[in-house]
Design a protein around this ligand. Sequence first.
Ligand code: SF4
Length: 385
Amino acid sequence: MYPSGQGMPNRFGIYVHIPFCIHKCSYCDFYSFTRFEPADFFKWQDRVLREVEESASWLGSAFPGSRKVSSIFFGGGTPSLVPTKILGSVFKALSGSFPFDEGIEITLEANPETVTPEFCDGLMAHTPVNRVSLGAQSFQAVYLEKLERTATAESVVRAVSLLRAAGVENLNLDLIFAIPGQSLEESLDDIREAIRLKPNHLSFYNLSLKPGHSLFTKLPSDDFSADLYEAGVRLLENEGYLQYEISNFARAGLASRHNILYWSGGDYLGLGPSAASRIFGRGVFHHRKALSDFSRYLDSNPFSSEGWEPNTQGQTLLEATFLELRQNEGVHLGAFRDRYAYDLTEAKNFPLFLREGLIDREGEWLKLTARGRLLADRVTQDLVD
Ligand code: SF4
C-alpha cells in the first residue's frame, strides 16, 4: 500500500493501456493480443471505467488537495482499433473524475492502416484527442516486411493527411533503425520521408530483439548501429528537429509533455491491463505493477490501494538517473540532491566519465555527451553504484 503523499508534485499523467492488435509483430515486447471479438472492447471499457472511478477516489483520499492531470496517453496495443465512442466514454469518465491542467496533452497511438475517414470523424466527434502518434517504423516495403508491419508507406501518408484534414495538427511518427540489412542511406531515407510529412515530433528507435528471434543474429554491429544513430540525429537536427531525449525529437516547444513527465521522474497512474503506475513519496518511487493478462485484469479489483511496492533507495536512484540522463537538458544536480538525497558528483567514476568525455557538466546541469548517450546504461549504473 502507498502510505503518504509527501513529495508529490501537483501534476501527474495518466496512461491508459489498450491490449488489442491486428497482428502481433515479432519484435514487440508490449502486452497485446490478436484474438478478440467486439464484446471484448465493451469488457475493456467497463473495467477501465470502474478503474477510473476507484483510482480517482483513492487518489483523492491518499493525496488530498489539487493534483491536475497534465497529460493522458492512450497506448497499446493498437488504441485506434477501439471504437471512438468507447474511447470517448473513457475520456468523459476521466474528465469527470480528475481535474485537467490547462493545455492538457491527450495522445492516442494509432497504426496507420487503421486511420480511416470514419475513424477520424469519430475521434473528433467523441474525444478531445489533440495529439496522435503513428507507428510508421519505415517507409520501405522490404523493412516493413521484416518487422512484420501491416502498414505500408502509402498508409502512413494517407493517415497523416486524414488526421490533418480532421484537425489533428500535433503528430508524431515513430521510426525504427538498425533493421537487419538496412544501409546508412536507407535509414536516412526513412527519416527524409518522415520529414516530408512535416510531423511536429519524431521518435527514432534502435531495433532491439531478444536472442532466439529469427533476425537476432542478423542485427548490425553496435558500431554500425551507432553510425546510423549519429547520422540520423545530425539529419534531424539539421532539419530543425531538436533532440530532447535519446530517441525523441521535436519542433521547438513541441516536445511531448507525457514523455517529459515520465523521464523527469513525475507521477503517473496506469489504467488498463498492462499499465504500470509510479508515485514518488518518502524519498523513493512506489510502483504498482501491471497485470499483463486480460482475463486476470477483468477479474481483478478495479483499483485498490494495495499493490504499491516501494523501491529501495538504490533502485530509485538507478531509475531516476537512467530516466533523467536520457533527456538532453540532463539532470539538475541540486534538484536531484534535494529529491533523492544523493550527490551524483560524488560517484567514484564521476571524474573518469568527465575525462572520457561521456558526461558534461555546466554549472548545476549534468548531461550525457553524444558519446555518452551510446553508453547510457553503463554510465548510469556506475553513477549510482
Ligand atoms: S502493432 Fe504495435 S503494439 Fe501491436 S504487436 Fe505490433 S508493435 Fe506491438
